[in-house]
Design a protein around this ligand. Structure first.
Ligand code: FAD
Length: 398
């Protein structure tokens, strides 16, 4: 579709000013509001500008994507986080590595917000060392049968589909016997058990897979070639949870999102606490302002996603520490009835203060980001470990 940056900007402005308020009017609940927002976006041709036209996108250029980022900054509803895994990670992987069948089946409904996704990578014994996973998938006629346990699965309690990693060849070296699948969640072999986090809220889950089934053709990429697609998805995840997350998503009291607390809100907090003439607070705010700008610029420049993720998690922790000092001088006290959907000031800051530690873990820990940078950006030798050609079945396991 041919368009100029000016007409695209006007189109986006019209959508946010005239269309979206009506689409969200009277819609309640995070999932429902998220779905209403995405379907309005899709119907107005704005759901994913850089996607090819045949799957609902517009094949937008880099200049057009820059217009999108500038025009939407701070305006994307926080409920869009429901689609962070689908739209941000699973669908781009299906788009780039999936068969025609999978692209045709999943991309449009996912972009339109009809279907919610979760990511089933981590297992009790396999987090940072993801390639050691032991959930198994075996072919049985026209279906794969999947058995194992996943953990920390964000949003599995309202997901329709999972992007799943499972072992399909136990005699191959550990990175070469893994396959990526699309798993339907609504079936007897999938049991989702919520985990309560220290915020008091359950955002992630344990998932038990007992002979869960999926069609033979729902493999993303090659059978036993899942490590390459897994890494491709992680690249999207690090961008999504890294600096990119500060260049477009809403900063307006985004509790459910995983963005650092915006400095403007800490400044307001300092004003209300009568602390704006405190030299330590002033130094803290100035330092955080610099960090916020750096994270945004890293996002805009598109450098290695691990750098953006490291900066963002550092900013998140620093902002939460300042909030704790300003909002809770008596210590990290919070109510037993913390509720992220309630618009209470104390809940908002308490949530961020408690939640920010998890930002350094999800999508790969800070240490793993540094290992990645050491090996991929600096060309340092690979971390010591067992020989990469040893069959998985011969490796010692947790
Ligand atoms: C909020 C949140 C949401 C999440 N959502 C999902 C999800 O939706 N789907 C999913 O699959 N997973 C999810 N995860 C899991 C996340 O990917 C893992 O927690 C993460 O990869 C770390 O794995 P682990 O918890 O097993 O820790 P471990 O791997 O056991 O690590 C423990 C500690 O050892 C360090 N360490 C481990 N290996 C090395 C090494 N080689 N070098 C240096 N240090 C090392 C780690 O940095 C960490 O500090 C989520 C986690 C969080 C916190």
């Amino acid at each position: 579709m041919s368009t100029t940056p000016e007409t695209l900007r006007a189109e986006i402005e019209t959508f946010f000013d005239d269309v979206l308020p009506g689409a969200l009017d009277g819609v309640t609940g995070t999932v429902n509001r998220g779905k209403a927002w995405r379907s309005a976006l899709f119907d107005h041709g704005l759901a994913m500008l850089e996607y090819p036209e045949d799957v609902g996108g517009r094949g937008a250029s880099k200049a057009e994507m820059q217009v999108w980022r500038e025009t939407t900054r701070g305006r994307i509803p926080r409920e869009d986080s429901v689609f962070g895994i689908g739209v941000g990670m699973a669908l781009p992987t299906v788009r780039d590595h999936g068969s025609e069948e999978l692209r045709e089946r999943f991309i449009k409904p996912g972009l339109r917000g009809d279907e919610i996704w979760c990511q089933m990578y981590s297992e009790p014994g396999s987090g940072s060392d993801l390639a050691s996973l032991t959930t198994r998938a075996d072919l049985d006629g026209d279906e794969w049968i999947v058995t194992g346990q996943k953990v920390w699965t964000s949003g599995a309690h309202h997901a329709d589909y999972a992007i799943l990693l499972a072992r399909t060849d136990w005699d191959a070296p550990k990175h070469r016997g893994i396959t990526m699948f699309v798993l339907p969640m609504d079936q007897p072999g999938v049991e989702v058990r919520p985990l309560v986090q220290m915020t008091g809220i359950s955002e992630f889950n344990e998932v038990f897979l007992s002979e869960a089934r999926l069609p033979r053709s729902w493999v993303v990429g090659e059978v036993n070639g899942g490590w390459a697609t897994a890494v491709a998805l992680l690249g999207h995840e690090r961008q999504q949870t890294g600096a990119k997350s500060m260049s477009g998503a809403s900063h307006s009291r985004s509790k459910a999102g995983r963005s650092p607390i915006p400095v403007a809100q800490l400044r307001e907090l300092a004003e209300r606490a009568g602390r704006t003439d405190d030299p330590v607070v002033r130094q803290d705010l100035a330092r955080l302002h610099s960090g916020e700008q750096i994270v945004k610029w890293i996002g805009a420049r598109g450098i290695h996603p691990s750098i953006g993720k490291l900066w963002r998690t550092k900013q998140g922790r620093a902002a939460a520490d300042v909030a704790a000092a300003l909002a809770f001088p008596g210590g990290p006290a919070w109510g037993a009835d913390l509720d992220v959907d309630r618009n209470e000031e104390d809940d908002y800051f308490a949530y961020h203060i408690l939640n920010c530690r998890g930002m350094s873990l999800g999508g790969g820990t800070d240490e793993i980001q540094r290992n990645t940078l050491g090996e991929r950006a600096l060309g340092l030798p690979r971390e010591p470990g067992p020989d990469r050609s040893t069959p998985f079945s011969d490796l010692p396991r947790n």
